[in-house]
Design a binder for this molecule. Structure first.
Ligand code: ADP
Ligand code: MG
Length: 250
C-alpha cells in the first residue's frame, strides 16, 4: 500500500479543510491547505496560536480526519485506507513528538521506546536492540533503565524522539517539541533533529519560536488556516556538534 520510490513525496496534501462544530459555532480551522514534502526535507510550520497548526499536525499524523481534501503519506491515500491499514500506517510510517512528551509513567525509557514495536508485533530481542540503538542516537545510553520522573524534561523529550524514531518512520512529526524545555534542553533536541535531518530523515516541526524554525530548510507560515508563506531558507551555520552521552541535565 505504500510506495518506497524516492520520487514519491513523503507528504502530498491537497485542499485540506477542517471544520469543527456546527452552525454559528462552526470554526474553520483549515481553509484549503495544499503542500508537498519531499523525502529528506526539514520543514518548520509556524503561525500564531489558533492558526491551525495542531489541527494540521493531527491530520497529517492520522490522529484526526479532515472535513474535505486529500492527503497521501508515502504514496498511500490516507482517506482510502481502512481502520487496519490506517493503524499500520500510523504505527510504522509516522513518528510523533508532542510538546508534553507523553511518556508512560513507571515504565523505563527502554520500555517506552519499545512500545511502538510491541504494537508493531516485533519480537523481543529485535525490539530491545532497536530501542537501545534509538536511545543511543539521542545520547541516552546511560539512562535506559530510568523512568520518566527520574529524567529531566530535556531527557524525557529525547526519549520521546527515540520512541518516534524506533519504527524508522518515513516522516517525523513534532508539535512544539521544545515548548516545555529550557534553552539548554531545547538546543539538545534541536541538535538531534539537525543530525536526523543530515542523515536523511524527513522532519516536519511545528513551532512558534524563530530560533527553532531557523534550523529547518523550509519555512511554511499559516494564518487563519491558510498557507501564506512557503520558502526555502539557508541552514544555520556549521555542522551540529556531537552530543555527549547523557549530555545536559537541563
Ligand atoms: P494552533 O495549534 O495553531 O494553536 P489549532 O489547530 O489548535 O491551532 O486550532 C485552530 C482553530 O481551531 C482554533 O480556532 C481553535 O479554537 C479551533 N479548534 C481546535 N480544536 C478544536 C476542537 N476540538 N473543537 C473546536 N474547535 C477547535
Ligand atoms: Mg497547537
Amino acid at each position: 500500500m505504500t510506495a518506497q520510490d524516492a520520487r514519491v513525496p513523503v507528504l502530498r496534501v491537497r485542499d485540506l479543510v477542517k471544520e469543527y462544530g456546527e452552525g454559528d459555532a462552526k470554526v474553520r480551522a483549515l481553509r484549503g491547505v495544499s503542500l508537498d514534502v519531499e523525502r529528506g526535507d526539514h520543514v518548520a510550520i509556524m503561525g500564531a496560536s489558533g492558526s491551525g497548526k495542531s489541527t494540521l499536525m493531527n491530520i497529517l499524523g492520522c490522529l484526526d480526519v479532515p472535513t474535505s481534501g486529500m492527503y497521501l503519506i508515502d504514496g498511500a491515500d490516507v482517506g482510502r485506507l481502512d481502520e487496519h491499514q490506517l493503524a499500520v500506517l500510523r504505527n510504522r510510517r509516522v513518528g510523533f513528538v508532542f510538546q508534553s512528551f507523553n511518556l508512560i509513567p513507571r515504565m523505563s525509557a527502554l520500555a517506552n521506546v519499545e512500545l511502538p514495536l510491541v504494537y508493531g508485533g516485533i519480537g523481543q530481542a529485535e525490539r530491545r536492540a532497536r530501542a537501545l540503538a534509538a536511545l543511543e542516537q539521542v545520547g541516552l545510553s546511560d539512562r535506559v533503565h530510568h523512568e520518566p520522573n527520574q529524567l529531566s524534561g530535556g531527557q524525557q523529550q529525547r526519549v520521546a524522539v527515540a520512541r518516534a524514531l524506533v519504527t524508522a518512520p518515513a516522516l517525523l512529526l513534532a508539535d512544539e517539541p521544545t515548548g516545555n524545555l529550557d534553552t539548554a534542553s531545547t538546543n539538545d533536541v534541536l541538535q538531534i533533529m539537525d543530525r536526523l535531518s543530515e542523515a536523511g530523515r524527513t522532519i516536519v516541526i511545528i513551532t512558534h519560536e524563530d530560533d527553532v524554525a531557523a534550523h529547518a530548510k523550509r519555512l511554511i507560515r499559516l494564518v487563519d488556516g491558510e498557507v501564506v508563506e512557503d520558502r526555502r531558507q539557508a541552514p544555520v551555520d556549521g555542522p551540529p556538534p556531537r552530543l555527549k552521552e547523557g549530555a545536559a541535565a537541563g
